[in-house]
Design a protein around this ligand. Structure first.
Ligand code: PHE
Length: 341
């Protein structure tokens, strides 16, 4: 038995000294000291020994157990230290290596222009609304007084989703006028920026997808003078003091009277150049007094309330604001172009 114990001691101590992982060490502990372990198996045979032998063997067995236990403890400390050492190596950080440059982007120039526009209107007490790009013809046309047969309802101009021409990609942000009138309390002062879609070929001033900013005011005693005064003030804030504008008569189904507003060309100062196609002026928005029929269709008493509305092309405004010559640059997302703003 003594020999058995010595064999266990020697082989266990050797195995423990060679372990390189905590799981291995635990397996050895179970193998030798566990309930079904080798040392335990030997101790179970003690009963067979004579009364003289028993205490001697018992003492040796205890020594072996103590030796194994302390060897295991030592190994545990050794493994923990080695693991820590390894982590320090693995996670070492060389602070002398130059860092990777981080490229910070910035807002697209068109959205910068939009932010400026929003700030100007919010400063005047307007609320900014968001609306659906997939719109019902009811809102895009019917309730805006553009009846069946109106040229803008044609399939050659508008993207429809259904045979009956009832669901469409909105062709203007004006449906937000109706949505505002139907849901908001009077008086109303809103702007509604967003994407709009028309079947246009791409060129220097056209794209089948572009952005508009709709605006509308409805209150008692609102006149065309408010429209002109507000829009002139907005253009001066956007383009600088002394910005020259002009209003031309126009037609829209949902405003009466209607007008278009031009801003004097930034490139030539009104003399005429390629940017303004020789005209000296750049058209930036359509506007007018909200048609009484449109007010009534949305349940507003047109005897008591009047209003004005406008819709401006955001790309064109951004082009003028940042002196960009071609609309396509706005959508191409060429970093060499975007970096300039
Ligand atoms: N919705 C018109 C367009 O897309 C612009 C507009 C808006 C005109 C509001 C008058 C009033 O051309």
């Amino acid at each position: 038995m003594k020999q058995q114990l010595e064999i266990i001691r020697a082989s266990a101590l050797e195995a423990i000294a060679q372990t390189t992982a905590a799981e291995e060490l635990e397996a050895l502990r179970v193998k030798y000291l566990g309930k079904k372990g080798e040392l335990t198996a030997v101790l179970k045979q003690m009963g067979k020994l004579s009364a003289e032998e028993r205490p001697i063997m018992g003492q040796i067995a205890n020594e072996v157990r103590a030796a194994l236990e302390s060897a295991i403890d030592e190994a545990r400390i050794r493994l923990a230290a080695a693991a820590m050492e390894q982590r320090l190596v693995d996670e070492a950080l060389d602070v002398t290596i130059p860092g990777k440059p981080i490229r910070i982007g910035h807002k697209h120039p068109m959205y910068k222009a939009l932010d400026e526009i929003k700030d100007i209107f919010v400063g005047m007490g307007f609320t900014v609304l968001d609306g659906p790009e997939v719109e019902l013809a009811t809102y895009n046309f019917d309730k805006l007084n553009a009846e069946e047969g109106h040229p803008s309802r044609d399939w050659s101009d508008t993207f429809y989703f259904d045979e009956d021409s009832r669901v469409m990609l909105r062709s203007q942000t004006s449906p937000m006028q109706v949505r505002a009138m139907e849901t908001m309390k009077l008086p109303i002062r809103i702007i509604a920026p967003g994407r709009v879609y028309r079947k246009d070929e791409v060129d220097a001033t056209h794209s089948p997808m572009f952005h508009q900013v709709e605006g509308m005011v409805i209150d008692k005693g609102v006149t065309m003078a408010d429209l002109k005064g507000t829009l002139n003030a907005v253009m001066e804030q956007l383009f600088g003091e002394g910005t020259v504008t002009r209003f031309r008569p126009h037609h829209f189904p949902f405003t009466e009277p209607s007008c278009e507003m031009d801003v004097q060309c930034h490139k030539c100062g009104g003399k005429g150049c390629p940017t303004c196609k020789g005209e000296g002026w750049i058209e930036v928005l359509g506007a007018g007094m909200v048609h009484p029929k449109v007010l009534e269709m949305s349940g507003i008493d047109s005897e008591e309330y009047t209003g004005w509305a406008f819709g401006m092309g955001l790309e064109r405004l951004a082009m003028r604001r940042f002196k960009i010559a071609d609309l396509r640059l706005i959508f191409e997302n060429d970093v060499r172009f975007l970096e300039q703003f």
